[in-house]
Design a protein around this ligand. Sequence first.
Ligand code: GLN
Length: 492
Amino acid sequence: MTKLTDLNIVEAVAARKKNEFSCVDMVKEYIAAMDKFRGLNCYITETPDLAIKQAEESDKKYAAGTAGALEGMPLAQKDMFCTKGVRTTAASNILNNFIPTYESTVSDQMNKQGAVLLGKTNQDEFAMGASNTTSFFGNVINPWKASGARSNQQLVPGGSSGGSAAAVAAHLCIAATGTDTNGSSRQPASFCGVVGMKPTYGRASRWGIVAFASSLDQAGIFSRTVTDSALLMEHMCGFDPKDSTSANLPVPKWSQEVSGSLKGKVIGVPKEFRIDGMPQEIEDIWEKGAQWLRDAGAEVVEISLPHAKYAVPAYYIIAPAEASSNLARYDGVRYGLHVDGKDLNESYKMSRAQGFGAEPTRRIMIGTYALSAGYYDAYYLKAQKVRRKVANDHVEAFKKVDAILTPTAPSSAFAIGEKSDDPVQMYLCDIFTSPASLAGLPGISIPVGLDKENLPLGLQVIGKPWDETTMFQVAWALEQAANFKALPQEVA
Ligand code: GLN
């Protein structure tokens, strides 16, 4: 018999409606799996008692015929999402003891549809990183292992939402939220062999998500399938007056539109994404992806995004600048870590020095420098101008194409520690995800194959602003063609 933890959301909801199992049964299987794989360090906080209580409620709702769209589905929330009464740390010592008195809009909307909370997932500290090695709570280990010479190495799950991606891959939750500021819901999906997506900037409310770089931050989702991703997003998105950048637009029923035909659609392949040193197998799978889309009826054309190569340097000015401002609120007075000094000033200094790890500290320093008088024009303003050019490239491209196809990341999962002493190498992990983030576009990563070391590779589909529908349809066509069914060795 299939384990309950092997079902995706569409399958689990259908089977639950037929009374094939109870929500409590399913949650208990997940809790057992979380126990078994605790060594992967996917969760910062586990909430098994709450999960069982919620599952009992869900069973009652199924019996009463009042089940929501996500009723009884055991989900995890990235530890950037404030959860009422459940510790929320952003993987930082400075929020180690923070228990929010409110719920983020996104998680609240999921809860209203019956979602069950298994726990809060590990991540890079304040979502700063691409390998989940900057968390105060330790590294997350990718459940996938390389075959061959590197088989004894522990690999990173990607980042910053590494715990969410690894938890979905290891079947420690049915789906999990992420955040995506520059790729954090797409690159970890590629490293862990799951689907990861971010909507258009403004689709999902940022209210109650720990702020990192507010002009870029969006809620994301990790799932087993494109249809699950569409279904979850349908319920996560929507107008929220509490977020001034939230768009007052109707949210389509994406889950019912994913299987649309690609006839008449034009897909762009950006020539600048063929970078030096990219493994041949990534080139090959990208070409294979283009062919799958042609087979599904689309036309594939080459496009140019001439400023895309400046996206990463611009991002690493803009995001730290915004972070230095957002993280100024952690003063050790109202909430979070407090360290007593001889006076108020020393208390601030000591709380912040002990509260923040190396990566947030580096970003606060870079951001403060970039925003300071005399340097603002040279760095911050210049980076904003570059951002506009990157966005305009996409505006031009979308006059000719309906969606863009690229690899998600320039490599498969690398070893823990491999890039940790060279921040620039780590920042370059964002090379294919950054342009869409700067332009505020929706993006999705779909697992499409394994490399020669048997590690998953993902392809990314980028959509026009507010056109997640086409993005999901292209992703669904790739999913059908790739038929990726591989699982991490120990989970299979
Ligand atoms: N690699 C990016 C960074 O370190 C990821 C940001 C994100 O999407 N949270 O800033």
